[in-house]
Design a protein around this ligand. Structure first.
Ligand code: SAM
Ligand code: SF4
Length: 362
């Protein structure tokens, strides 16, 4: 990293982390992320090729972006993923190459990904109860994801983090169970606050009837039956704060003690005394970490975004396909960093209307 430039935004934040959404396709349909039918997928020619992605990541790495996370959509669906990881992990400026996945294909891919140079892994998992898995993810099964997590452990891909999105009335009663998992496994469970995202349809009178009759579970079932994703207002109502989750864990396990792990990122991290793993809270809504944000996001179709929650983005695909030089692309990175918003305004009612989470890369 030695001689590389270091990007700094107008608020003094050092930008050294690039999240790359390598595909907008997914084999799951999580209710807070996508409708049952999925989003219209981008034609292949509009998505960046492996070569184009690797080139852009390489340019970013020469600007001091030393941490690279590959996400999506579901990144494990891209057949060229091991090849991409191999190329990126050879870059002298890259210190860390990680991946966020739903874990469904990990049993087959844990070994090739580790061999290619993957250093860290986040697996998303919202429930430990088999009967709840399908209503939330609408595809796959809990056992397949747990087998995938075990395969990653067996390959020694550590640290292994579990991302859990808590929803009131759906899975918020499982926080203490997730915490129990950390007692015996060196797993880092991180609870992520539910974020109201784009494409969520407004509620209809039948939504309100279902809610009145059966609470959030009734609403979820109705939306399931119709193939919708959760609406913006439903997500706001299902919201559970990190603080509430911590309280429910402490009721069962007693006071948590602060813990440090090398890759805390924006999570506030704790441990049940004596536990092998840790428990983290990512409270981007109630206690935003914007003042410490060190990220840019690159979409699978080549747009660079300074903020997950603001729709502004800059097209890099057109310039690279028109023959722009590395220096010209570096200037575009600098331009985006110069326009990074100070913070998000979700608490004030801001809505993301341009792209969904699976299209930006969560
Ligand atoms: N498919 C991969 C996965 O699920 O891990 C990677 C992409 S997914 C968009 C990345 C993360 O975003 C997941 O942990 C998922 O739970 C989270 N996510 C998606 N929609 C969300 C929302 N509305 N609020 C909070 N987290 C969300
Ligand atoms: Fe797919 Fe991940 Fe979105 Fe679930 S959260 S639908 S696994 S992209």
């Amino acid at each position: 990293m030695g001689d590389y430039e270091q990007l700094r935004d107008p608020y003094g934040r050092i930008i050294d982390y690039l999240r790359v959404s390598i595909t907008d396709r997914c084999n799951f349909r999580c209710v807070y992320c996508m409708p049952e039918s999925g989003f219209p997928v981008t034609p292949k020619e509009e998505s960046l090729t492996n070569e184009e992605l690797v080139r852009l990541i390489g340019i970013a790495s020469t600007l001091g972006m030393s941490k690279i996370r590959l996400t999506g959509g579901e990144p494990l669906l891209r057949k060229d993923l091991p090849e991409m990881i191999r190329e990126v992990s050879k870059m002298p400026g890259v210190r860390e190459i990680s991946c966020t996945t739903n874990g469904f294909m990990l049993t087959q891919l844990a070994a090739p990904l580790r061999e290619a140079g993957l250093t860290r892994l986040n697996v998303s998992l919202d429930t430990l109860k088999p009967e709840r898995f399908e209503p939330i993810a609408r595809r796959g099964s809990l056992q397949e994801v747990l087998d995938g997590i075990q395969a990653a452990f067996d390959e020694g891909i550590l640290p292994l983090k579990i991302n859990c999105v808590a929803m009131k009335g759906i899975n918020d009663d499982e926080a203490a169970d997730f915490a129990s998992w950390t007692l015996t496994k060196p797993v880092h469970v991180r609870f992520i606050e539910l974020m109201p995202m784009r494409w969520s349809l407004d509620e209809t009178p039948s939504d309100f009837d279902a809610f009145a009759a059966h609470g959030e579970k009734g609403l979820l079932q109705l939306r399931q039956a119709r193939g919708d994703m959760l609406s913006d207002s439903q997500m706001r109502r299902m919201f559970v704060s990190a603080e509430t989750l911590q309280e429910s864990i402490e009721k069962v396990h007693g006071p948590l003690e602060p813990a440090e792990i090398a890759t805390n990122g924006p999570a506030r991290t704790f441990r049940i005394p004596g536990a092998k793993g840790t428990i983290g809270f990512i409270s981007q809504i109630t206690n935003d970490f914007c003042s410490k944000c060190n990220r840019l996001r690159l979409t699978h179709d080549g747009f660079l975004r300074p903020c997950l929650m603001s729709d502004g983005e800059l097209d890099l695909r057109t310039p690279i396909r028109l023959g722009a030089s590395d220096n010209e692309i570096r200037d575009l990175f600098r331009h985006v960093v110069a326009h990074k918003p100070e913070r998000h305004y979700l608490a004030e009612g801001q809505k993301v209307v341009g792209r969904g989470m699976s299209q930006i890369g969560g």
